[in-house]
Write a protein that binds this ligand. Sequence first.
Ligand code: BJW
Length: 259
Amino acid sequence: MGAGTVASEIRAPDRLLLRKAAAALAAARHVCVLTGAGISAESGIPTFRDALTGLWANFRPEELATLEAFERDPAFVWKWYEWRRDLVRQALPNAGHRALAELARRVPRVTLVTQNVDGLHQRAGSVDVIEYHGNILRDRCLAEQIVAERSRDVGGDLPRCASCGGLLRPDVVWFGEMIPGDAMRMADAAAGDCDVFMSVGTSSLVYPAAGLAETALSRGVPVIEINPNPTELTRHADPALAGPAGAMLPALLEMLDWK
Ligand code: BJW
């Protein structure tokens, strides 16, 4: 992290909370971080539930993020996903993503679990990222339930599987679908083992991801939240850092330097 003025630009009460968070991180052996759409907002990728800019400002989730919706109108759902794929391909990791990659070099162990499907953590240098809700840039064969290549031979509007010719879908987790087994096991294990938990840029509304912070809380582990808006988790978090991830995370790293 460059020499910085980042922490000094933050309001004094927030600096106290940052200091508390930095002290917890400085003493930590294993930090589990859960990220959500908010960390990619500063890369230009809309969140889901923010009232005016969110991806669902004009749609209900059930219209787009369920298997039923896809089976009802695959062309409509694919159009939404192709539009989002273009956004993701053009996006760059921001200071928040980079700070989490750097955090892994500063504390003995970091497990990074992301609900995001955009791959920006990996592009920022984080390794072994647990993709809890899949990855938007991959296709999955609806019939074979495996990650698949697109067929170049079959015409028509909808992407088809190169191996069986069946319909492809994005390799993401929709409502009512199971979390990939390995992702679920590794994330549960990390929430059950960490000595600091961080929740960054998520509304903490969607389960089982939101349950990871609850696991940490039930173990009496410090739970740090970073979010400019209050969430279901805020009143339980200590400290709750009310600000954007792209400012708060670099400031937190800078404080860690002083420890
Ligand atoms: C910033 C910021 C900045 C802005 N810096 N922050 C227990 C209780 C109740 C319900 C359930 C339960 N267990 C399961 C359920 C059902 C359901 C569920 O949770 N429903 C609730 C909504 C009520 N869960 C499921 O169905 C899950 N599967 C499951 O449980 O399987 C078992 C099962 C099977 C069958 C039957 C029953 C159970 C699957 C959930 C899949 C979620 N999928 C989506 C779409 C992914 C694909 C895609 O991308 O299209 O995942 S939905 C969407 O929500 C996406 C996200 O990953 C997820 C979470 O959203 P996130 O990231 O929190 O975004 P937002 O927009 O909500 O919030 C952004 C936040 O950022 C805000 O707070 C801002 O303030 C903040 N922010 N700028 C920091 N700069």
